[in-house]
Design a protein. Structure first.
Length: 177
């Protein structure tokens, strides 16, 4: 059971500490800390102990137990935990995605019809409100800088409120804001 640990520790320990520590410090401080994902991971307490324990567990599963699936799961779940995701949740999401893909493969025509209905509904709603979208875009373009200057733009571009706004605008322009 300790064969991988003995081999790795033996090789690492053959390197003198005066060489080992600068190599470790260089890798950590000059390379890993400059990569955002690793820099946030290096701020975790006792990260080296956790990573080395996980690596040894994976090595044991691979070389002593011959458990490739267990080693893959250990690696996968450890990486997810390091980035703050619960592995069980990720497995559930992947299972639901696989189920959805299975449903699509079971009835591809139904999936295509539902997709086309959804696209049609989206276009219908968009073009049903196209005037509202265009007017708000034009109003934003016309009155955007006026908001910054402290002038309140009209909320509707109908005749009477717009005329009232225009008069206020002329008064504020003539008075120098």
């Amino acid at each position: 059971m300790r064969l991988p640990q003995l081999i790795l520790e033996g090789v690492w320990n053959l390197i003198p500490e005066c060489i080992r520590n600068p190599i470790k410090d260089f890798l950590v401080n000059q390379i890993l800390r400059r990569i955002p994902v690793f820099s946030s991971l290096l701020e975790l307490p006792d990260i080296w102990a956790r990573v080395s324990a996980t690596a040894m567990r994976i090595m044991r599963q691979l070389f002593v137990d011959g458990n490739l699936a267990g080693a893959a799961w250990t690696f996968f779940s450890s990486m997810l935990r390091l980035v703050g995701l619960p592995p069980e949740l990720v497995v559930q999401v992947l299972a639901k995605a696989a189920g959805a893909i299975g449903n699509i493969l079971t009835d591809p025509v139904g999936f295509l019809i539902n997709t086309l209905r959804a696209v049609k509904e989206g276009f219908t709603r968009f073009f049903g409100n196209i005037f509202t979208h265009l007017m708000s875009g034009i109003a934003g373009w016309l009155f955007g800088h006026m908001r910054d200057a402290g002038i309140t733009p009209p909320t509707d571009l109908v005749y009477v409120p717009f005329l009232v706004w225009y008069c206020r605008f002329l008064v504020s322009v003539s008075s120098g804001f």
